[in-house]
Design a protein around this ligand. Structure first.
Ligand SMILES: [Zn+2]
Length: 200
């Protein structure tokens, strides 16, 4: 697994494909469509076979790949903005909600079933439907979280260098960090880098 899943809600896991957003060199994880597809696969939203089909489709269509990546990261940035605001006690603006509604209004992809030799298999109508469905699942998770009681438990990692979001499911609402093994290691690597730079 390349991506970390620590947030407790699919929409926040996707929002966490960027970290340290306040820094100039923000930690962008989605540089190419391949990264987005890998995330969807690791999140359990795309089977290996569908992943490979969608990847092959976008390999043949670099312009469509760039557009699909831009759409994916725009959704990610919207979710980050909404939920980071909530984590800091800011109400969600009507504008952000209508942006979420426009994103959800797009077709979520069409699934079909067909017979093969000895069983029934599922397949997307077109290769890109698999990715559309994955993004729709992320958006649906955001809608559900916004309308649930868990919305009051959304937090942002207490590390100044992190900015990851999560749902605090601890009984006494005391979780402050995304994940020490991830976040702590990242901080260590960063300090190491800064020390090395200062020593030069
Ligand atoms: Zn963190």
């Amino acid at each position: 697994m390349r991506f970390e899943f620590i947030a407790g809600a699919l929409c926040l896991e996707f929002a966490n494909t960027v970290h340290n957003v306040r820094a100039e060199d923000k930690g962008e994880e989605l540089h190419a469509i391949a990264d987005l597809l890998q995330w969807a696969k690791e999140a359990g939203l795309l089977s290996s076979a569908d992943h490979d089909r969608v990847a092959a489709h976008y390999n043949r269509n670099p312009r469509k790949a760039a557009a699909a990546l831009a759409k994916g990261t725009a959704i990610r940035d919207l979710l980050f903005s909404i939920f980071a605001g909530i984590a800091h006690g800011r109400p969600v603006s009507s504008r952000r909600l209508s942006e979420l509604n426009s994103a959800m209004a797009q077709a979520p992809g069409r699934l079909r079933v067909h017979k093969s030799a000895d069983r029934i298999e599922t397949a997307w109508t077109s290769a890109v439907d698999g990715l559309q469905q994955a993004l729709f699942a992320v958006l649906a998770s955001a809608a559900e979280l916004l309308a649930s009681d868990r919305v009051g438990r959304i937090r942002q990692c207490a590390s100044a260098d992190c900015t990851w979001l999560f749902v605090d499911e601890s009984r006494n609402r005391s979780r402050r960090w995304c994940d020490m093994s991830v976040c702590g290691n990242r901080m260590k690597a960063r300090r190491h880098y800064q020390r090395a730079k200062a020593a030069q």
